[in-house]
Design a protein around this ligand. Structure first.
Ligand SMILES: Nc1ncnc2c1ncn2[C@@H]1O[C@H](COP(=O)(O)OP(=O)(O)OP(=O)(O)O)[C@@H](O)[C@H]1O
Ligand SMILES: [Mg+2]
Length: 411
């Protein structure tokens, strides 16, 4: 059997990135053979606001990746989703099985009734996973196949998004002559590439701090159990700096990445920094400011993001389970002091995450900003039930919806 080629697109609010990878016949780790990324255009908080600009940005990233991979055009892509207000829903549904031995058809039927519940509400189900089954109201059943009962119930975790932003994204991708074969909620992908086996099993939360959004995905018992998003990220920090120091955005961005820190009270070697400022009449001048002034602008914004994330974790009831261990990734997690500030804000175990389990990433694409892309490759390479670091405990149910099929049925 030959190696198979897979491709992904991470469409973020800062950058659009395309990875092409090869996987061996035994579903070995993806080996990246083509990389293309460019500044993102035409998007706001992951939502397409200018189709043409988005299309051009995707084309440029894909062209570069294809060239690097040897020139063959790619056709199918697995894509991340941050648009359409993605939400987690926990749902319990029951179907009649009339006393017969429960078979795969019954299991599929009960899962389908859950998915239809959300599809009926004009939301598209991106992920749907059973978390546990019940027979005649008695819960905690792991594998109902072969058992007898009158009613089969399932507790499901579903992630859904509204349909229009998804359609717009798909149109842009189609215009680039690509098929969107799978769609993955961004932080879920980031979690797949940054968490280690114990974290997936025992429970932990991946927080992806991007440019426009900070998104969260909780995992436990090797399952994705909760996801949410906060519409703030690194861009907001940059804007705060630009405003606070009356400096242009590119200067603010540079100050942030070179000297930025979100922890006040840390002594730094270089305590004074030069800032290009714009005066009332538009003239530029260079002023020297204490570095702690920069920190005092950055810290409250990052603190605010962490507070909102903390409230969401609490509201989802994950504070004392998956919420005991956090893995922070995404481009904005590279800001100085993020790990320490997170430890203070969340009062739990925190570590910074980078993409794991993917070979061939160049130094520039092996950092925290590429966790979603690497996770998309893992998702595309292996059905989630087969991820080699996820011990299979639940029955194979084929529960991940095929987006292409759904789109065919619905449009
Ligand atoms: N070294 C660094 N220090 C601080 N911030 C950084 C650094 N490198 C990148 N960033 C910030 O990371 C953000 C971009 O992160 P990332 O590439 O993960 O975003 P994205 O995936 O395009 O966006 P999103 O996930 O929000 O749609 C920008 O705000 C950028 O300023
Ligand atoms: Mg991102």
């Amino acid at each position: 059997m030959r190696d198979q080629t897979i491709a992904i697109l991470d469409i973020g609010s800062s950058k659009i990135c395309c990875f092409i990878a090869e996987i061996g016949p035994q579903h070995e780790r993806p080996r990246v053979i083509g990389i293309g990324h460019r500044e993102s255009r035409g998007l706001n908080l992951g939502t397409v606001v200018d189709m043409e600009e988005t299309e051009n940005a995707i084309r440029t990233a894909v062209d570069a990746a294809e060239k690097m991979a040897g020139g063959d055009p790619i056709e199918n892509v697995t894509v991340n989703l941050s648009a359409g207000d993605p939400k987690s829903t926990q749902l319990c549904v029951e179907v009649e099985v009339a006393g017969h031995e429960i078979n795969d058809g019954d299991i599929e039927r009960v899962l389908d009734s859950g998915r239809h519940y959300l599809n009926d509400q004009e939301r598209f189900v991106i992920h749907s996973r059973p978390t546990s089954f019940s027979i005649d109201g008695v819960g905690g059943v792991r594998d109902p196949k072969g058992m007898f009962g009158d009613k089969l119930g399932v507790e499901m975790h579903m992630t859904s998004a509204s349909i229009s932003p998804l359609r717009n994204l798909q149109t842009c991708i189609n215009r680039c002559h690509l098929n969107m074969v799978e769609i993955v909620f961004s932080p879920y992908a980031s979690g797949l590439s940054t968490l280690v086996a114990d974290e997936l099993e025992l429970g932990s939360i991946c927080i992806d701090m991007g440019g426009g959004v900070t998104s969260i995905a909780a995992f436990k018992d090797n399952e994705f159990i909760f996801g949410d998003m906060v519409p703030y990220g690194g861009h907001h920090v940059t804007r705060d700096i630009a405003q606070g120091l009356s400096t242009p955005l590119p200067v603010a961005e540079r100050l942030k990445t070179l000297f930025g820190n979100c922890l006040s009270g840390v002594s730094t070697v270089r305590n004074q920094i030069d800032v290009t400022q714009i005066g009332d009449s538009g003239q530029e001048s260079v002023t020297t400011i204490p570095r702690r002034m920069l920190t005092s602008i950055i810290e409250p914004r990052v603190e605010e993001i962490f507070e909102i994330v903390r409230d969401k974790i609490k509201a989802a009831g994950l504070e004392n389970t998956a919420g005991r261990r956090l893995i922070i990734t995404g481009g904005a997690s590279q800001l100085g002091g993020v790990e320490e500030l997170a430890k203070k804000a969340f009062k739990c175990n925190v570590r910074l995450g980078r993409p794991l389990n993917v070979d061939g990433l160049a130094d520039t694409t092996a950092g925290a900003g590429f966790s979603t892309g690497a996770g998309l490759l893992l998702y595309a390479a292996l059905k989630p039930e087969e991820l080699h670091f996820m011990e299979q405990k639940k029955p194979q149910l084929g529960v991940f919806e095929s987006i292409s099929m759904w789109f065919k049925e619905n449009f």
